[in-house]
Design a protein around this ligand. Structure first.
Ligand code: BGC
Length: 749
C-alpha cells in the first residue's frame, strides 16, 4: 500500500511539470519569446520552412485550430501542435482569392486585374476592392493574401504586367497601399510582392537584374517603401531573381538593411515559391524568414549551418519570432469560425463599379460613344464571345460567375446579329480553352481564343443588318513567360487582325455606320498602325467577372468613362528604351538583364526626350469635359498641400482623375550630373461624380522627401532648394494648370 502510494506520488511529481508544460506552453501573442525558448532546434527549423500541405490527422487535439485542405491554396506555414502553433494558409492573389473548383460549390470573385485597377486612379475604390478580397479570404478560412504585386511595368512584354499596377512608383505605391489597407482591414494579412526588381519572366528564378542604385531607389524600390511605411503589410515576398548579383532572397542589403533598417519594417519576409534552389542559411542571415514551399532539405541545411557555425541560433530565432508574430495575428490562430460561404453577391457591386471605372476610352471620333440609336450590333472577334476576364497563372481566379459581353449588351436592350455570333460560337465550341500547365498539370486559366477570318460577304451582310460594328482584340500574358513582339499573343496585331479592322471599317463606313474596337488585354499593345481606322477605341483590360456589365455600361453611357492609363502606350515596342535589353525570344537577357535605361522608364523617358507616343501616361477620354482652375499651394511642416478646382463643363455627369507632376529647379534630362525628368508624378486625386456645372476642389499632399532624387555619390536623397514647378495634368501631355513651390533649404536624407 505504502509502496503503491509512493509510486503514485513519484509519478505525479514527474508528470505534473509535463502537464503544466503542455498546458502553459501554448503560443499566445504575449509569450512568443517563451515559446521560442522551449523549441527544439528541429522545431525552429520546421517553423521557418513552410509546409506544402498539413497532415492534421496526426494531431486530433488541434483539429479545431487547424483546418481541412482547401484546394488550390498556394502554401501554408508549418504547425507545431505540442506548442499550440497552427498552420496558417497563404493563397494567391492578386485579383482575388485563388482556390480551385472541387471543394466549393461557389468560388471566389474575380476582380479587375491590377493594371485595370490602376487605371481607376481611385484609392478609396481600390481599398474597397481590397476589403472585399480580404473578406473572401477570411470567410474561406485563409490567412494571407499573396499580393498586392507592385513590380514596375518596365517593359510591356513582361508576361506579368497585368498583375502589376503601373510604370510609375507613386501609382504602384499608393494603390498597393490602398489594397493592403483594404485586405488587412478584414483581419487577414497581405504579402507585398515581388521584392524587388522582378522585371521579367524569362529565366525568372536565375536572371540577374542589373539595376543602378538611383534607378533602384527611385523606380523599383519606391513603391515598396511607400506600402511598407503606410500600410505595414504583415508579410513581404522576396522575389525569384537576383539583383546586382545576389538573389533577393539571400540579400541582407535588401531584406535587412533597406527594408528593416531604413524603412522600419517589423514583419515577416517569405520567399517566392523557390523550392530548395537557394542557400538556406544565407536566406535566414539575409532576413528571409520563411521558405515557400519548404522541404526537409531546408531543415537539414539549417541544422548543418548552425552546427558548423555559419549561422547562429539567435539569427534563426529572430526569423522564428517574426513567423510566430505573423501567426498570432491570423484568423486561424484566433480560431475564427469561417463560414465557407462569403457573401459573394455583396461584392458584385464594387466589382462592377471598379471594372467600369477602369475602362479607358482611347478614341471617340464623332461622339461615336455612348451608343445612340444603336439597337443591333455586329460583334466581331473571337474574344467578343470569349472575353478575357481574368489573368492566368497564380494570378488566375476561379470565379463563381462571369457576365459575358453579349449578356451585358443584351441586358441593356442591345441585340447581337445571330448569324455572325453563330460563326464565332461554333469556332469556340470546337476548342478546349482550358489552359493547363503541361508540367504541373494545374489549371492556369482560360486561353486566349485564336482569331478566325470572316468572309467579305459576311462582313457586308453585317453592315446591312447592324447599326454598329464592335471588334474585340484580345491579348494575354502570363506567369513564367514574356510576350513576343509578333504572333497571336504578341505586342503587334497579326495580319489577320489588321485585315479584319480594315475590312470591317471599309464595309461599315461605306454605309455610314460606325466601328468601335475593344482592346481586351491586361497589357499594352501596338495601336499606332491601325488606330486611325475605327471611330472609337475602348480599352477594357481583363476587368473581372462583371466584364460584360462593365463594358456595356460604358458603351451605352450608363457610366461615363473616367479611366486613364497608368502606363505609356508607345507607337512601337522598340520605342521603350528597355526593349533593347529585354528578352525578345532571341536568347538575349536570359542570364543578365541590364536595366541600362536607368530611371528612364515609361513617361519619364517619352515626355522628357520628346518621343511621340500613341497614348501618353495619364491619358483617357470622357463623355464630358472638365476645366481646372484655382491651383494653389500651401506650405506644410514637411512639404506642401496642393489644391485644384475641377469643374464639369460638359453635359453629363462624370469623374476626373487629376495628376500632380513636379519639375525640379533646373531639371535637365540631358544633364551630365543628376539628370532629371521634365515631369515626375508626385500625387493624384479623383473627383466624386460631378454633375454638369458642379465643381470639386481636390487636395493632394507632397513632402520634400517625395521631391528628392537619389544621389549615388553620397548614397542619400537630395532635393535642391529653389522653385519647383507644380503641374496639374489631365495626362502628362495635357497640363491644365500650374503653381509653384519654393523649397527654402536643400533637403537631404
Ligand atoms: C509566384 C507568386 C505566387 C506564388 C504562389 C509564384 O510562382 O511568383 O506570385 O504568389 O507562386 O502561387
Amino acid at each position: 500500500m505504502k509502496f503503491r502510494y509512493l509510486v503514485v506520488v513519484a509519478l505525479s511529481l514527474i508528470l505534473a511539470p509535463l502537464a503544466a508544460q503542455a498546458q502553459d506552453y501554448r503560443l499566445a501573442p504575449d509569450n512568443i519569446d517563451e515559446i521560442i525558448s522551449h523549441m527544439t532546434l528541429d522545431e525552429k527549423t520546421r517553423i521557418v520552412v513552410a509546409s506544402k500541405s498539413a497532415s492534421f490527422k496526426r494531431y486530433p487535439e488541434l483539429e479545431a485550430t487547424l483546418r481541412k485542405e482547401i484546394d488550390g491554396v498556394a502554401g501554408r506555414s508549418s504547425a507545431i501542435p505540442r506548442l499550440g502553433i497552427p498552420s496558417t494558409i497563404h493563397s494567391d492573389g492578386p485579383a482575388g482569392l485563388r482556390i480551385e473548383d472541387g471543394h466549393h460549390d461557389h468560388l471566389a470573385t474575380a476582380f479587375p486585374i491590377a493594371s485595370a485597377l490602376a487605371a481607376t486612379w481611385n484609392e478609396p475604390l481600390v481599398q474597397e476592392i481590397g476589403r472585399a478580397i480580404g473578406e473572401e479570404f477570411r470567410d474561406y478560412g485563409c490567412d494571407i493574401y499573396l499580393g498586392p504585386a507592385i513590380n514596375i511595368h518596365r517593359n510591356p512584354l513582361c508576361g506579368r504586367c497585368f498583375e502589376y499596377y503601373s510604370e510609375d512608383p507613386v501609382v504602384s505605391g499608393r494603390l498597393g497601399t490602398a489594397t493592403t489597407l483594404g485586405v488587412q482591414s478584414a483581419g487577414v494579412g497581405a504579402s507585398l510582392k515581388h521584392f524587388a526588381a522582378n522585371s521579367q519572366e524569362t529565366n525568372r528564378t536565375t536572371i540577374n537584374e542589373i539595376v543602378d542604385e538611383r534607378a533602384l531607389r527611385e523606380i523599383y524600390l519606391k513603391g515598396f517603401e511607400t506600402v511598407v511605411k503606410e500600410a505595414d503589410p504583415w508579410t513581404v515576398m522576396a522575389s525569384y531573381n537576383r539583383l546586382n548579383g545576389t538573389f533577393t532572397q539571400e540579400s541582407r542589403d535588401l531584406l535587412t538593411d533597406i527594408l528593416r533598417g531604413e524603412w522600419g519594417y517589423k514583419g515577416m519576409v517569405m520567399s517566392d515559391w523557390t523550392l530548395d534552389l537557394r542557400n538556406s542559411a544565407a536566406m535566414i542571415h539575409a532576413g528571409c524568414d520563411m521558405f515557400q514551399p519548404g522541404s526537409s532539405k531546408h531543415m537539414k541545411a539549417l541544422k548543418a549551418a548552425i552546427e558548423d557555425g555559419t549561422l547562429s541560433e539567435e539569427e534563426l530565432g529572430q526569423s522564428v519570432r517574426r513567423v510566430l508574430e505573423m501567426v498570432v495575428k491570423t484568423p486561424t490562430f484566433a480560431q475564427y469560425k469561417y463560414t465557407n460561404h462569403p457573401d459573394l453577391r455583396s461584392h458584385d457591386d464594387v466589382n462592377r463599379r471598379a471594372a467600369s471605372e477602369s475602362l479607358v476610352l482611347l478614341k471617340n471620333d464623332h461622339n461615336t460613344l455612348p451608343m445612340r440609336d444603336v439597337h443591333k450590333v455586329a460583334l466581331f472577334g473571337s474574344q467578343s464571345y470569349s472575353f478575357l476576364t481574368r489573368g492566368t497563372g497564380s494570378g488566375h481566379v476561379f470565379s463563381d460567375h462571369e457576365v459575358s459581353l453579349t449578356d451585358g449588351l443584351k441586358a441593356r436592350g442591345i441585340e447581337i446579329t445571330d448569324d455572325l455570333a453563330d460563326v464565332y460560337k461554333s469556332h469556340i465550341d470546337s476548342l478546349d480553352l482550358v489552359f493547363i500547365n503541361p508540367e504541373l498539370g494545374w489549371i492556369l486559366g482560360i486561353e486566349q481564343c485564336p482569331e478566325i477570318p470572316i468572309s467579305q460577304r459576311m462582313i457586308s451582310r453585317q453592315a446591312e443588318q447592324a447599326d454598329m460594328a464592335i471588334l474585340t482584340i484580345g491579348r494575354q500574358g502570363g506567369e513564367g513567360w514574356d510576350r513576343e513582339i509578333d504572333g497571336p499573343k504578341g505586342f503587334n496585331l497579326t495580319e489577320l487582325e489588321q485585315g479584319l479592322i480594315e475590312d470591317i471599317c471599309n464595309a461599315f463606313h461605306a454605309v455610314g455606320k460606325r466601328v468601335v474596337v475593344i482592346i481586351n488585354s491586361g497589357m499594352v499593345i501596338e495601336t499606332a498602325s491601325w488606330r486611325d481606322r475605327p471611330d472609337g477605341i475602348l480599352l477594357a483590360w481583363e476587368p473581372g467577372c462583371e466584364a460584360g456589365n462593365a463594358v456595356a455600361e460604358v458603351l451605352t453611357g450608363e457610366v461615363c468613362p473616367s479611366g486613364k492609363l497608368a502606363e505609356t502606350w508607345a507607337r512601337d515596342i522598340m520605342d521603350y528604351p528597355s526593349s533593347e535589353w529585354f528578352p525578345i525570344g532571341d536568347g538575349r537577357c536570359t542570364v543578365e538583364s541590364p536595366h541600362k535605361e536607368g530611371i528612364w522608364v515609361g513617361y519619364r523617358y517619352f515626355d522628357s526626350f520628346g518621343v511621340p507616343v500613341s497614348y501618353p501616361f495619364g491619358y483617357g477620354l470622357s463623355y464630358t469635359t472638365f476645366a481646372y482652375s484655382h491651383p494653389r499651394i500651401e506650405r506644410t511642416s514637411d512639404g506642401f498641400k496642393a489644391y485644384i478646382t475641377v469643374t464639369n463643363t460638359g453635359s453629363v455627369a462624370g469623374k476626373e482623375a487629376v495628376q500632380l507632376y513636379s519639375t525640379a529647379p533646373d531639371a535637365d534630362p540631358n544633364a551630365a550630373v543628376m539628370p532629371k525628368p521634365l515631369h515626375e508624378l508626385k500625387a493624384f486625386a479623383k473627383t466624386a461624380l460631378l454633375q454638369p456645372g458642379e465643381s470639386e476642389t481636390l487636395q493632394m499632399s507632397v513632402t520634400d522627401y517625395a521631391l528628392s532624387s537619389y544621389d549615388e555619390t553620397s548614397h542619400s536623397w537630395v532635393a535642391p532648394k529653389g522653385r519647383y514647378s507644380i503641374s496639374f495634368g489631365a495626362s502628362v501631355e495635357d497640363i491644365r494648370a500650374r503653381a509653384s513651390y519654393r523649397m527654402r533649404t536643400e533637403f537631404k536624407l
